[in-house]
Design a protein around this ligand. Structure first.
Ligand SMILES: Cc1ncc(COP(=O)(O)O)c(C=O)c1O
Length: 383
């Protein structure tokens, strides 16, 4: 079955009772047991452990990513935290890419260390840099590619091969490209995380996350962490996300095509310092991006030639673009990572990772690309 067919049909069937074509929202906390001895008679007992609407979303994600099974969470961060809770113990060591979503950085830095897990941040564009900090007790390597916000690209197959060689796990956050453009399991990853808040939902309507795993043993571990910590996604969020995913490929195709047009336009603009987009031949990992993904995504970042103050003026001057956190939605958003999404990364670490004060991040939506460019040009005239 092709991806587009799966994104519409996988995990969902017309309701056997009413024929409703959309999966019902099972907004029930508890499920009645047949008898004392038959705890999970119809598969569900209490929604913190599992829920039929949430299950439909999990089955769809498993089909799209090509893994063994999926668990869904109340946010992308809850998904990441569940993986850490499931896999790590005091005394373990982990390696995290030095460019990741700011919340992931913050949790590893502030909480994992507090609970006795050693953390090294490494430049994930260089597999040797990851290998150099690995230790015998390294339990997992965490990557995100393309990475938020600089759009650095990691060689996922090379990191997976390194992890296999050292007997450790490769966890990767696939939020920016989604399984439509990039399938990490085919490159050897062990766990794939998504913030479904972004492209999978696509409508700025929900906060959610998923963890897709490649073995039953890993599924058991994350499921146990989720029920113990109470991290599950709500049925309403699962239902909205199920509807969003049905148009994922069309949104990704259009938003990525617009991102390419905008990146090329900005690169030609004399008020723009530099542009980073994996689809541009000037991107340092352009060839790698071509090889390991079937699209370049809808995220673009750049700096205005006039520096930080000029960049701020631009972000305040745009009208069609909304100055806001989040990404991946049909609405185009403009973000200043240093004061918004990555404010929790210490300035020294930010500088080392290339997250400069003047960096501007665009999430390209579904509007007419000419209108988006006109708005940027108007704002650039004013800086
Ligand atoms: C790549 C990436 N992963 C994870 C997250 C966290 O997701 P959420 O905001 O749904 O908790 C984000 C949020 O921006 C993100 O960009």
């Amino acid at each position: 079955m092709g991806f587009r067919t799966k994104q519409v049909h996988a995990g969902v069937e017309p309701d056997p009772v009413t024929g409703a074509i959309l999966t019902p929202i099972h907004q029930s906390t508890t499920f009645v047991q047949e008898s004392v001895d038959d705890y999970l008679g119809r598969g569900y007992s209490y929604t913190r452990g599992g829920n039929p609407t949430v299950r439909a979303l999990e089955e769809k994600l498993t089909a799209l990513e090509g893994g063994h099974d999926t668990t869904a969470y109340g946010s992308g961060m809850a998904a990441t935290v569940a993986v850490f809770l499931a896999l790590l113990e005091q005394g373990d060591h982990i390696v995290v890419a030095n460019v990741v979503y700011g919340g992931t950085y913050r949790f590893a830095d502030r909480f994992l260390r507090k609970f006795g897990v050693d953390v090294d941040f490494a430049d994930a564009t260089d597999v040797e840099a990851i290998a150099a900090v690995m230790r015998p007790n390294t339990r997992l390597v965490f990557t995100e590619s393309p990475a938020n916000p600089t759009l650095k690209v990691t060689d996922l197959a090379a990191v997976s091969a390194l992890c296999k060689e050292r007997g450790t796990l490769h966890v990767t956050d696939n939020t920016f490209l989604t399984p439509y453009f990039q399938r990490p399991f085919e490159m050897g990853a062990d766990l794939v995380i998504h913030s479904t808040t972004k492209f999978l939902d696509g409508h700025n309507a929900t906060l959610g996350g998923v963890v897709v795993v490649n073995t039953p043993e890993l599924q058991e571990l994350v499921l146990f962490a989720r029920i113990s910590a109470g991290l599950i996604m709500s049925p309403m969020v699962a239902w909205l996300t199920l509807q969003g995913i049905k148009t994922l490929s069309d949104r990704m195709d259009r938003q990525s095509a617009s991102a390419m047009t905008i990146a090329e336009h900005l690169q030609r603009h004399d008020k723009v310092g530099y542009v980073n987009y994996p689809g541009l031949p000037s991107h340092p990992q352009h060839e790698l991006s071509r090889r390991q993904a079937s699209g370049f995504g809808a995220m673009v970042c750049f700096e205005v030639a006039g520096g930080v103050e000029a960049g701020k003026k631009l972000m305040d001057a745009v009208e069609l673009w909304s100055l806001a956190e989040n990404l991946g939605s049909v609405e185009s958003l403009i973000t200043h990572p240093v004061t918004m999404t990555h404010a929790s990364v210490p300035p020294k670490e930010r500088a080392a990772a290339g997250i400069t004060d003047g960096l501007i991040r665009l999430s390209v939506g579904l509007e007419d690309v000419e209108d988006l460019i006109d708005d940027l040009d108007r704002a650039l005239e004013r800086v």
